[in-house]
Design a protein around this ligand. Structure first.
Ligand code: MN
Length: 509
């Protein structure tokens, strides 16, 4: 049986005496509340709560979030009431637990219960991002143990993970979680493709890794010669699902993918990163066009690193990623890692990260509030008033979930999709968006000159309706310009606005 120390020892900052007491209390409470409750695997249900709490501890979250992780299923699955949680653990933990609790089975059924629960999760998340992190830690354990769940349920849970939780983890920059969730979901949603990739890796992976380790040795030697000793190196293999997506674009030929395995170099400071890049390029010739400065230009999810792809000289080509320890931690743990830092710049990143989430919430007010509040540096992102009111109402009057939900005007998941650029950046769009909307979402210069488009490596027409998870590539030509047809195909106001102004300009000439 697990022990409360298993959780505490994983914490990134050792907790205070009160912190330890809180976690211990939550641990004992959850153990008791779920004592008659078993998982599909016949294991005590309590192991699920310990695993969730362990993930949260590893991600650097504090005692309150860890305690909420232990308690997250008490209201949903046991006789415990919200009042009890509040009395024993306080309003903050109650909020976190309620945020992850599904809506009552009696009021809602099937798909409705499911989407309404997701909406509720989002509203709570907009107030406190920790709600979503708990949900993701919860989902991770559910995916790890999915083999025990009845077959007919497996596929549904796995595709939901792939469609909803994987993009969310990506957007929060929690790469560690994103990668594992994605590969687990891949295994259940596309079993044949999964087997195929496994086979490809089995044949070629070992040899690729051997060549990479050889490079790792020469890199270490080179740096030692330069008296640059404060480096750490590691080899990393691409996740299976992201390898699968890439193979689809490269005629299923693994030799055409340069980053199946990459060498990571971790150095103390950002300027060391550039110096390290200089040392690398002094010895190995870089592939033109593949040098990426994500330190000066972080990805939208906050990811920072220098990337370069080099010829090793003996026929191999490898990607090298250079970053500081802090960038590394952020790349692995994303938004969760920011709870560790109290520094102002971290707060800024945090706000950037949550901004997209607020934009997704229904109501145009969000956009207005956003411009006003986010520009004030370091200020906690303002939650739209109507959301705050709804949540407060529900807490103070224990309003029926149905009433609560009724007040929400539109929703998130039924109306949004996540699509990817060929580089893996995520763009979120309304459902049924066209490649035109995608192009304008990236940049108006791209939108204004679309000449063709590929979805998942295949040429498609501009009429194509994009789907969740599509990888979209836009080809541009200077001579290509917006037409009335584009206007009719566009779904987003952003694209429509740009096309309209382009059409008006042409009309004037
Ligand atoms: Mn759970």
């Amino acid at each position: 049986m697990p022990n409360v120390k298993d959780i505490i020892s994983l914490m990134q900052t050792p907790p205070s005496k009160e912190g330890t007491e809180l976690i211990t209390k939550a641990y004992e409470f959850a153990q008791k509340a779920h004592k008659d409750h078993k998982r599909y695997s016949e294991e005590p249900y309590f192991t699920h709560l310990v695993e969730t709490a362990k993930t949260l501890a590893e991600f650097g979250l504090g005692p309150k979030t860890i305690s909420a992780g232990l308690l997250h299923d008490t209201i949903e699955d046991t006789k415990t009431t919200g009042e009890t949680i509040e009395k024993e653990f306080g309003a903050e933990i109650l909020f976190l637990v309620q945020g992850t609790t599904k809506l009552g089975k009696l009021k809602y059924r099937g798909v409705e219960r499911h989407t309404e629960s997701l909406r509720k999760l989002f509203v709570a998340t907009s107030q406190d991002i920790r709600v979503l992190i708990i949900k993701l830690a919860d989902r991770l354990d559910n995916m790890r143990t999915l083999a025990h769940v009845p077959k007919e349920k497996q596929k549904r849970i796995a595709s939901e993970t792939l469609e909803i939780y994987v993009p969310l983890a990506y957007r929060l920059g929690v790469r560690k979680l994103h990668r594992e969730l994605e590969d687990l979901a891949f295994m259940y949603t596309y079993p044949d493709e999964y087997k195929k990739i496994k086979e490809v890796l089995k044949q070629k992976g070992g040899e690729i890794l051997k060549r990479l380790e050889k490079l790792q040795k020469s890199v270490k030697k080179t740096f030692a010669k330069e008296k640059f000793t404060a480096i750490q190196t590691e080899c990393r293999i691409k996740g299976l699902f992201s390898l699968y997506k890439k193979l689809q674009r490269k005629d299923m030929d693994i030799e055409k993918i340069y980053d199946v395995a990459a060498l990571r170099i971790i150095v103390p400071t950002a300027s060391d990163c550039y110096q390290a890049l200089g040392i690398i390029h002094g010895v190995w010739r870089p592939l033109p066009g593949r040098i990426k400065d994500y330190i000066a230009f972080p990805r939208p999810n906050g990811y920072q690193s220098l990337h370069t792809t080099i010829f090793t000289g003996d026929g191999s080509i490898f990607e090298i990623q250079i970053r500081t320890q802090q960038m590394h931690r952020e790349a692995e743990y994303g938004i969760a890692s920011h709870f560790l830092y109290k520094d102002g710049s971290m707060k800024r990143l945090f706000n950037q990260n949550i901004e997209w989430l607020l934009q997704l919430l229904p109501n145009s007010k969000v956009q207005e509030d956003k411009s006003a509040s986010f520009k004030k540096k370091g200020k906690k992102p303002k939650v739209p008033k109507w959301v705050t009111q709804l949540v407060e109402e529900q807490q103070s009057t224990s309003l029926e979930p149905q009433e609560f939900i009724k007040s929400l005007k539109a929703d998130f998941f039924e109306h949004r999709i996540f699509v990817f650029t060929p580089k893996g950046d995520v763009v979120d769009l309304p459902i049924e968006s066209s490649p035109i909307d995608f192009a304008y979402a990236i940049h108006s210069d791209i939108g204004d000159h679309i000449s063709g488009t590929k979805v998942n490596g295949k040429l498609v027409s501009l009429e194509t309706k994009l789907k969740n998870g599509d990888i979209v590539q836009i080809d541009i030509k200077e001579a290509s310009h917006p037409t009335q047809k584009w206007f009719n195909l566009a779904k987003t106001t952003l694209a429509k606005r740009h096309i309209k102004s382009a059409l008006q300009k042409t009309a004037e000439v």
